[in-house]
Design a protein around this ligand. Structure first.
Ligand SMILES: NC(=O)c1ccc[n+]([C@@H]2O[C@H](COP(=O)([O-])OP(=O)(O)OC[C@H]3O[C@@H](n4cnc5c(N)ncnc54)[C@H](O)[C@@H]3O)[C@@H](O)[C@H]2O)c1
Ligand SMILES: [Zn+2]
Length: 445
């Protein structure tokens, strides 16, 4: 892992795996701290408080706390990272680490008083993880109702929203209740929307279970469902009160789903962090599976943290997607969405389509923004290393794609405002990209 900028040296040493002595052992009951951290039921949990993120992410983070636990005489290992996300008027904590499902109830108790809640999950995730979540909530004094929807995008509908709300009312949930979303981005969006409108808005706790949801959809407060006319057209901005990223959960995630999460991570690197881009070139391959082998992988936790930081910092500048600053998160997405649509949302997963979109966008960036050719090649190589597609199969109807592009975007005088990268680690809007440029880049795919 590259040195973590601005972090206390001791914490950075831990992340690099060096032994550090923090003095006498703690009381052994887990780590509370003066800033009101949650109690983690880990032996000898300790923490290092860091001012780190203020300089990198002035809008999004006040501090980051790294929990450590003793795993040898003087050895401490990273257990859980807690980061504070500050977006607009809202401030909430994201916990990242292994074994967090068992501490969900206590973590929520730090934020909310004992009440009833709905756990919304899907048919794949609920059988795997609903039980420990429910148990943890019960032992922390919360009474929960489990609502399970069919897995997949087809559950992101107003009908499903309405069914969930009706069920919650039947179960006696009220304005004091809250919603826990346990699942990938589909469940995050749906449960967040339910929380946004139930009794005019109740708290939302996110427990993302896909990599994409951890690094992308659970951060930023966009919630909603699909309409017949298109995806994500009905919704609300509703920031969660707490996000819990248990990295152990990713062990059951199919590898295709894991890889598509890396598409968004690589996007974050291209638009905002050249150092992370360089690090990812080392991370691909053998390390990709590291979190499956050990009980947790510090590097992986750290990578998730950095991505949350990038996304939150961008969102903090433009919470409601009004000023255009949030638009940089759409890098590769204009073409990616057209590819998804051309494949009728069946051929490619979102991250796969975005991977192809980023390849085409990199070519456009060479032509229109001065991106060096070797940086374009590095982007393509990195996507390939993570098992993401970089070539558009010949059977994907090109014309359907171009039609989708025209449908999606307004061209003014034959030009479109298009996100490009002049240099890895940065992104800007160009007013100089034509349909012909896009067509040429897609034809090269
Ligand atoms: N709100 C936002 O800002 C935002 C950003 C990006 C994407 N999204 C939305 O996110 C959705 C895509 O999210 P996704 O890719 O997480 O899809 P998803 O929620 O459909 O999850 C993918 C699949 O993996 C299964 N799954 C989830 N976690 C698992 C686990 N730990 N083990 C085994 N199986 C598991 C799910 O049941 C599903 O079949 C889209 O609807 C998209 O619009 C929202
Ligand atoms: Zn995306």
């Amino acid at each position: 892992m590259p040195p973590i900028k601005g972090m206390q040296a001791s914490a950075a040493a831990i992340l690099e795996g060096s032994p550090v002595d923090f003095g006498p052992a703690s009381d052994g009951g887990g780590g509370g701290d003066s800033s009101g951290m949650i109690y983690l039921h880990r032996m000898e949990a300790r923490f290092v408080n860091s001012e780190s993120l203020r300089e990198q992410a002035p809008n999004a983070f006040a501090s980051s706390t790294v929990f450590l636990f003793r795993s040898g005489k003087k050895q401490y290992r990273l257990a859980v990272i807690s980061i504070e996300v500050r977006i607009g008027q809202h401030s909430y904590r994201v916990l990242i680490g292994p074994g967090l499902l068992e501490t969900v109830g206590n973590a929520i108790k730090e934020k909310l008083s004992p009440s009833r809640c709905a756990i919304i999950s899907d048919t794949n995730v609920a059988p795997l993880f609903a039980e420990p979540v429910k148990k943890s909530l019960t032992s922390a004094g919360f009474d929960s109702v489990l609502i399970i929807v069919p897995a997949g995008e087809q559950s992101k509908t107003l009908e499903q929203t309405s069914t969930a709300c009706e069920q919650m009312l039947l179960e006696g949930l009220d304005r004091q209740s809250f919603v826990v979303g346990l699942g990938g981005g589909v469940i995050g969006d749906l449960s967040g929307f339910v929380a946004a409108i139930f009794q005019r808005g109740i708290p939302h706790v996110q427990i993302p279970t896909t990599l994409l949801a951890m690094v992308d959809s659970s951060i930023g407060g966009k919630t909603g469902v699909n309409a017949r006319a298109g995806k994500n057209l009905i919704g609300a901005i509703h920031q969660p009160v707490l996000v819990i990223d248990d990295v152990d959960i990713l062990k059951t995630l199919p590898s295709r789903e894991l890889r598509q999460g890396f598409a968004e991570i690589i996007k974050h690197a291209i638009i905002a962090d050249a150092e992370m881009f360089a690090h990812l070139t080392q991370f691909a391959g053998s390390k990709l599976d590291c979190f499956k082998q050990s009980s947790f992988c510090e590097e992986f936790v750290s990578l998730i943290r950095r991505n949350i930081e990038i996304k939150a910092n961008i969102v903090a500048k433009d919470e409601r997607d009004r000023t255009g600053e949030r638009a940089v998160l759409n890098f590769g997405h204009t073409i990616g969405h057209a590819i998804e649509r051309a494949g009728d949302y069946k051929t490619f997963l979102h991250g796969e389509a975005v991977s192809l979109g980023m390849v085409a966008t990199a070519s456009i960036s060479v032509k229109k923004a001065g991106l060096p050719e070797d940086e374009r090649n590095a982007i393509v190589d990195l996507l390939r290393k993570f098992g993401l597609p970089t070539k558009l199969p010949t059977n994907v109807p090109r014309q359907k794609m171009f039609d989708a592009l025209k449908f999606d975007k307004k061209f003014e005088h034959g030009r479109i405002r298009f996100l490009v990268t002049p240099k890895i680690g940065s992104a800007s809007l160009s007013g100089d990209v034509t349909m012909e440029d896009i067509r040429a880049a897609v034809e090269k795919l």
